[in-house]
Design a protein around this ligand. Structure first.
Ligand code: F6R
Length: 605
């Protein structure tokens, strides 16, 4: 998704803009650009493709200037090419934009009627044209406020003006925007992560806010144009480094980090001395909760689904899991005694944020499970439960999924204990079992070589299926999502019991079918479903526990995972699925960390 950078300094800024744009690459993009001002001129450079290409252009023809804006674009209006790339500049003003201007067509038609022309197919260019007109009569801040009044939709903007070489204006409605502070230098950025290498002092714009950044000062205004003060946050240091180390990709590094990330997360939440789970500041007394509603997108939604099974199993609560993009538009009945939990790795996903915003407007009690604690979703929820996984760079979510499940499991257990839904002895026993997770994950990772051979056997297939029952059903969904997003191999996740109601028709000779069958209460039934698949020619990969002792010569492959407390199954059975999707994608020579068409941080609907 698009990302914005702005720097105003007492020295040349283009190199730092490029470095910051590289930090925004994780969001996914298809073109890049930058504009600086020097000698009373706007210097605009942009290109389709990677930031490295823009860097080469700058190397050949440097852009001077102590103030500038940069952008990585993820195409929404208009194909990814040089003209549509940001910034969009006129003779006197240059604009970078993240978000969507919903009334851009109407505005464009009106402007065209009055003789204005457009170079690009983007929605953003209307902002440049509107500002250019208004700047004929108004000073920059007033021109920006007037322009914002005509815009519908969501945006974060960075704007520079040819006549004013000493300030940048930023504006936020919907899309996130942060300001960073340093000595004789201030910054604008789509997220704090992009600014982290330059500063750890950050403020966040709220909806409707506008800021004016000069090198020694930052002024903030709210939507009523009143001057306001902003809190300055000091960012936490990242302990884990953002480099691939000896690994071939971030994704495989992040898969192998999971014993450590889960260990850190457990340390954060389990009091070693008292053997107790610590959760402070839950916005509602667990004894008074009426219903828990879990909301997320993609992989995060799958962790919500797993948590639904846990909460139903461990507590007497009603539980719902919902996809954020659906929840936000349904006629949901809110209840002040419900707890709404938002799950998001990035904490910036537009649909999840909008669902949270809806809950806030209804005065509902909200809690977020995020990896990025400085994110919009974290800052706007009543209570934040970080997953402590460290930066996740690979577009496909792996360690964040395990982190989300871990925090949701800890929360389920704690709620169950406070409500007296679980016996104290059982509660303590489960905490003891939880502490084994990092070691069990490390053991499961040892299956990699075997999984690589399986990947070699199936990577040329046209499709695949993933089956499971109970909490293994969302794990099947997650396995299928991971395979399709990384290797572009069609994959369907299904509850094993649903096969006979339609999907069984898809089974044909040699179709790879992954059957997730831990030794739980569904075990026998899942094996029967597996036999139905085998009888129709399906090539089965069975994932089960070591103690299951399944022997069937018709099972093509079998992975035995360590025996563990049954509630921990989702953690262990996810590991071979992550490795399978990684190795299939490797055999297919796919871009592991940046799968086609996808973005790490999905900040548009
Ligand atoms: C899949 C994946 C996505 C994200 C989804 C939500 O591997 O990464 O499905 O899970 O886009 O993102 P977050 O968790 O940042 O809200």
């Amino acid at each position: 998704m698009c990302g914005i950078i702005g720097i105003v300094s007492n020295k040349s800024v283009s190199t730092n803009i490029i470095n910051s744009l590289k930090k925004l690459e994780y969001r996914g993009y298809d073109s890049a650009g930058l504009a600086t001002i020097s000698d009373g001129k706007i210097n605009e450079k942009k290109c389709p493709g990677r930031v490295e290409k823009l860097e080469k252009i700058l190397f050949q023809t440097p852009s001077r200037g102590n103030l500038g804006i940069g952008h990585v674009r993820w195409a929404t209006h208009g194909v990814p090419n040089e003209v549509n790339a940001h910034p969009h500049s006129s003779e006197i003003v240059s604009v970078v934009h993240n978000g969507i201007i919903e009334n851009s067509d109407e505005l464009k038609k009106e402007l065209e009627k009055s003789g204005k022309t457009f170079k690009s197919q983007t929605d953003t260019e209307v902002i440049t044209v509107l500002l250019t007109e208004k700047l004929k009569k108004l000073e920059p801040l007033k021109a920006v406020f007037e322009t914002l009044e005509t815009l519908k939709g969501s945006f974060a903007l960075g704007i520079i003006f040819k006549e004013f070489e000493d300030f940048i204006i930023g504006a936020r409605r919907g899309s996130p925007l942060a300001v960073g502070y340093s000595n004789s230098e201030n910054y604008l950025g789509s997220d704090s992560y992009a600014l982290k290498s330059m500063t750890n002092k950050i403020s966040y714009l709220d909806d409707g806010d506008v800021c004016v950044l000069s090198k020694d000062d930052v002024k903030f205004y709210n939507s009523n144009k009143d001057k306001i003060n902003k809190e300055i946050f000091t960012l936490s240091e990242d302990k884990s480094s953002v480099s691939k180390g000896n690994y071939k990709s971030f994704m495989i590094k992040e898969i192998f980090e999971q014993p450590n990330t889960t260990k850190t997360c457990l340390k954060e939440y389990i009091d070693k001395i008292r053997e107790e789970i610590n959760f402070y500041n839950l916005p509602v007394d667990p004894k008074k909760i009426n219903k828990v509603v879990l909301i997320g997108c993609g992989t995060a939604y799958h962790s919500c689904l797993v948590a639904k099974y846990w909460l139903e199993e461990l507590t007497t609560l009603n539980v719902e899991a919902d996809i954020a993009s659906e929840f936000r538009y349904r006629k949901v009945k809110f209840d002040i005694n419900n707890l709404y939990i938002f799950v998001s790795q990035s904490g910036e996903t537009a649909d999840t944020y909008a669902a949270l915003d809806l809950c806030k407007k209804e005065n509902a009690k909200t809690c977020s499970v995020v990896n990025v604690v400085e994110s919009s979703i974290a800052r706007h929820s009543d209570c934040v439960l970080p997953i402590h996984a460290g930066p996740e760079i690979g577009v496909a979510s792996t360690k964040a999924f395990l982190g989300q499940m871990l925090v949701l499991y800890l929360l389920s257990l704690k709620i169950s204990e406070i409500r007296n839904d679980i016996e104290h002895k059982e509660y303590k026993k489960k905490i003891g079992e939880l502490k084994k997770i990092p070691k069990l994950i490390a053991e499961s990772l040892k299956e990699e070589e075997k999984i690589q051979l399986i990947a070699k056997d199936i990577y040329k297939s046209k499709g695949s299926m993933f089956l499971g029952r109970g909490s293994s059903f969302p794990i099947a969904l997650e396995g299928a999502l991971k395979l399709k997003e990384l290797s572009y191999l069609h994959a369907e996740g299904y509850p094993a019991g649903e096969m006979k109601h339609g999907p069984l028709a898809l089974i044909e000779d040699g179709l790879p079918v992954v059957v997730i069958a831990p030794k739980d209460k569904y075990f026998e039934k899942t094996l029967s479903n597996m036999q139905e698949v085998i009888a129709r020619g399906g090539k089965v990969l069975l994932l089960t526990n070591s103690s299951s002792k399944v022997i069937s010569e018709n099972i093509r492959f079998q992975i035995n995972l360590p025996d563990a407390d049954l509630t921990l199954t989702p953690f262990l059975f996810t590991i071979p699925l992550q490795l399978l999707s990684y190795h299939v994608a490797m055999f297919k020579k796919c871009d592991i960390d940046k799968p086609r068409n996808l973005a790490k941080s999905v900040t548009v609907e």
